[in-house]
Design a protein around this ligand. Structure first.
Ligand SMILES: Cc1ncc(COP(=O)(O)O)c(C=O)c1O
Length: 387
């Protein structure tokens, strides 16, 4: 087990008073809002970066073929997924990847379907590409979030939807979509000639009772699917990661690749490339330990909420290091909730309403933080609620 308890001092966005004030309206909170990690990266990543720095030469360099091979090897080993290194398109982040795909495969005004509550930057990336957001909200079924297939079909029938932007595992609700659900989604997409763009950035953080199924693991998807991955979330490399688009479809590949290369978006920095290579070749144990650590944290949170804070509800996440907290039983306004959580408890969570307008009484907490810090956050919440 590596030193996951170590909490580094930093000037990162999540701790920056300017951003805290701007986004949360409070700058003296324990920052658990952005989806990044407090943990130091796996030692091989730091060692790889140190080697490059020690070399001291930063001439033009391209190790992307080795990186793509390493990602393919990782996916074969961990997900039994056959990927061809030549089918990857590298850009500098997952949002960049989505922005490029939307521009390459759809026209202005086309509908892009999302399932709220969902990662808020999906709205931005669609809007700034001048495409139209089509929302098919998730529903609660048998105690967990589920796709509303009837609603999706109704909207696919009548609208101009060209892409379903899927989040798997889902941020913020923590669902890891199962095979049956994905099969049904693919069936619908095929029926209405819609491309599924599957954002799989959280795919390695999956807890013991669930299994991640990439959209690429389904045979009949070859015509429609582009898939995105990134080492950012898995290895805590948010500032030094790239995004990877993968498609087995030659036409799609050409369209996306020519747009990305025409803007020189494929040319990542060598420091990132070496770090990513180290992560995917030497990071297995670290990720395994991380997932165990996060799952233990979730166990503790579940127990604490059940016994000490039953007013706050959480549907247990199947993956990701985000938890989605439901404060609606408190029967207060969003302003009162913000006052309670930010000003009284002094805990900085992400506002539910940024993920979907119906979620004003929800908040998302990032738990990729030392366990003691998460415990402290919940005790502060309880103290504030007990008043
Ligand atoms: C589902 C999802 N996609 C994309 C991103 C951002 O990825 P990147 O920083 O590589 O653009 C995030 C970050 O939280 C995310 O949760």
């Amino acid at each position: 087990m590596f030193d996951l308890e170590h909490n580094v001092e930093n000037y990162f966005v999540k701790n920056n008073p300017k951003y805290l004030k701007m986004v949360l309206g409070a700058d003296d909170v324990m920052p658990l809002w952005i989806a990044d990690m407090d943990f130091k990266v796996a030692p091989p990543i730091t060692e790889a970066l140190q080697d490059i720095v020690a070399r001291g030469v930063y001439a033009y360099e391209d190790i992307s073929p080795q990186v793509k091979q390493a990602i393919a090897d990782w996916n074969l080993e961990r997900h039994d997924l056959q990927m061809k290194p030549a089918n990857f398109i590298q850009v500098n982040g997952v949002l960049t990847a989505i922005a490029v795909i939307l521009r390459a495969l759809t026209e202005e005004g086309d509908g892009i379907m999302v399932q709220t509550p969902v990662y808020h930057q999906f709205f931005q990336v669609i809007k700034t590409a001048n495409r139209t957001i089509i929302d098919s909200p998730l529903k609660i079924e048998n105690g967990h979030y589920a796709f509303d297939f009837d609603d999706m079909e109704r909207q696919l029938k009548s609208g101009n939807t060209k892409v379903i932007l899927l989040c798997n595992p889902h941020n913020p609700v923590g669902r890891v979509w199962n095979r049956e659900e994905l099969q049904k989604l693919i069936h619908l997409a095929n029926q209405y000639n819609v491309i599924i763009v599957s954002d799989e950035v959280h795919s390695e953080i999956v807890f013991s009772n669930s299994k991640f199924h990439s959209i690429l693991s389904f045979e009949e998807t070859e015509k429609h699917i582009a898939v995105l991955g990134s080492p950012a979330k898995t290895f805590g490399m948010q500032s030094i990661a790239n995004g990877y688009i993968y498609t087995n479809n030659t036409t799609q590949f050409k369209q996306i690749n020519s747009l990305a290369t025409s803007m020189y978006l494929h040319q990542g920095g060598a420091l990132s490339a070496y770090a990513i290579l180290a992560a995917y070749t030497k990071g297995h144990t670290w990720v395994n330990d991380l997932v165990v650590y996060l799952e233990q944290t979730v166990n503790w949170i579940e127990e604490f909420l059940n016994t000490e804070l039953p007013q706050v509800k959480m549907i247990r996440p199947e993956g990701t290091y985000q938890i989605w907290l439901d404060f609606s039983a408190l029967d207060i306004s969003e302003t009162e909730l913000k006052d309670l959580v930010f000003n009284k408890a002094k805990v900085g969570l992400a506002l539910g309403s940024t993920f979907g307008s119906d979620y004003q009484l929800f908040m998302r907490m990032n738990i990729a933080s030392p366990f003691v810090k998460i415990q402290r956050a919940f005790r502060q919440l309880k103290a504030a609620m007990d008043g």
